[in-house]
Design a binder for this molecule. Structure first.
Ligand code: URP
Ligand code: ZN
Ligand code: ZN
Length: 450
């Protein structure tokens, strides 16, 4: 390290690229669990993985449990983040039970505390909203100036197919993909967009896994609807065939929507090129293979319906995308930065993040575009006991990470104090302003429960 004229340290980037710190706008960290406790990935371990992977800001999830409210879990979640985080963070609010009290009293308070995006699940038993409830969440978001992120899969179609698969004795992990083929995602994506259009609420479709869903987004974008699409590295690095590995190993690759095939991957690259999909997040999900709440918690022969969904990828996100996108010539380095930092920051109102510019925080990554690394779980600094990318060689690696101007990772060593991450309260911002286009000009949202 050389000396600066004012005596401070100089970090010599040499031949490395200087990129804005990554912004992961969809990751599950220390998420509270129904019945007590939280995800195995804590804010401290998750921050370590993020910084080691070149990510300096995250948007994680405060959750509501059906029958409960929003503010109590939010207070606990904020306490945990403030104590443990080493990356800067904002929250999405999961809404599972949009009662009058939640819509009228609690969501406005959550928004006043700096939350400006909600997550609506159209599937998963403990989380799902029916269409009427989804409309209420969209309406509340419209009134409060928020964006709604949506998990798009058809609940009843999955339940119906799963029951038939189990009845036929098809229980092993590979049937997870059979329970939710692309049409199930396409239908829910179409419906999520159509209902958002009815209310005039901007939405982002989370974790798009197939071109069929991307086509629904592209069609809506073409008619001016404010809908954005996100995808994740697992949909490029994994396929449904991974869930068919011997024994129970396939469980390591189970996430929802399910990884598809090479043709779907090609379609997703096209959708990125067209700008239909503009954000790449990790959807990091904190389930180990073993452990009390892990993939094998319902036993080594558990049917696919009893295996927790989700794969870890907070640290691997940027190396995987550089490797599969930039090193193969599919993306330029500028595309990479836009997809993984600039656009997620802009879409979620993180004004000081995702770019290198006067007035922005000096969150930087020194990136070696040529370094080759064979991924194993030992290379991943998360709390999870496996990586689905075990044995994969990636090109591109973060050599140093700076958070607000200070070096917090160098040569894979993270040095930051738990609690040194800052909460990023999100103020109103233009990008998610509704279009002002309502069928018949009638604004039903203003007559809603709130
Ligand atoms: O399988 C997944 N994606 N698990 C995480 C939760 C979610 O749906 O985002
Ligand atoms: Zn989801
Ligand atoms: Zn998720």
């Amino acid at each position: 390290m050389a000396e600066r004229l004012d005596g401070g340290p100089i970090l010599d980037a040499g031949c490395l690229l200087v990129l804005p710190g990554g912004v992961d706008s969809h990751c599950h960290i220390e998420q509270l669990q129904e019945g007590g406790g939280a995800d195995e990935e804590t804010f401290t371990t998750g921050s370590t993985a993020a910084l080691a992977g070149g990510t300096t800001s995250v948007v994680t999830f405060s959750t509501q449990f059906k029958g409960g409210g929003i503010l109590l879990p939010l207070a606990e979640y904020r306490r945990r983040a403030a104590a443990g985080a080493m990356v800067d963070y904002a929250f999405h609010q999961i809404v599972t039970d949009p009662t009058d009290a939640v819509l009228r009293d609690e969501l406005p308070q959550a928004v006043a505390s700096g939350i400006r995006s909600f997550k609506a699940f159209l599937t998963y038993d403990p989380l799902r909203l029916d269409d009427r409830q989804y409309l209420e969440v969209l309406s509340a978001a419209r009134r409060l100036g928020c964006l709604v992120t949506v998990h798009c899969e058809n609940y009843d179609a999955i339940a119906w197919r799963s029951a038939a698969l189990l009845a036929d004795g098809r229980t092993v992990p590979k049937y997870h993909a059979w329970s939710r083929p692309a049409v199930v995602e396409r239908e829910a994506t179409h419906r999520a967009i159509a209902l958002a259009e009815l209310v005039d609420t901007p939405i982002e479709v989370f974790h798009v896994s197939c071109p069929e869903a991307a086509e629904e987004i592209a069609r809506a974008q073409a008619r001016g609807v404010k809908v954005w699409g996100e995808t994740c590295p697992q949909y490029f690095a994994l396929t449904a065939a991974d869930m068919d590995r011997p024994g129970f190993e396939g469980a390591k690759f189970m996430c929802s929507p399910a990884p598809r095939d090479a043709a779907a991957q090609a379609g997703l690259w096209d959708a990125i090129r067209m700008g239909t999909l503009s954000v790449i997040s990790s959807d990091h999900s904190g389930w180990s293979y073993g452990g009390e709440r892990g993939k094998r918690s319902a036993g080594p022969d558990a049917p696919f319906t009893a295996i927790p969904n989700g794969v870890p990828g907070l640290q691997a996100r940027l190396p995987l995308l550089w490797s599969l996108g930039v090193a193969t010539g599919r993306l330029t380095p500028s595309d990479f930065v836009r997809l993984t930092a600039t656009q997620p920051a802009a879409l979620f109102g993180l004004a000081s993040k995702g770019r290198i510019a006067p007035g922005a925080d000096a969150d930087l990554v020194l990136w070696d575009p040529h370094r080759r690394t064979r991924l194993t779980n030992a290379t991943q600094q998360h709390a999870i006991d496996y990586t689905p990318y075990d044995g994969m060689e990636v090109t591109g690696w973060p050599v140093a990470t700076l958070r607000r101007g200070a070096v917090v990772m160098r040569d894979d060593r993270v040095q930051a104090a738990p609690g040194s991450g800052r909460y990023l309260p999100v103020a109103p911002y233009d990008l998610i302003r509704p279009r002002g286009a309502l069928p018949d000009g009638f604004d039903a949202a203003t007559f809603g429960a709130g």
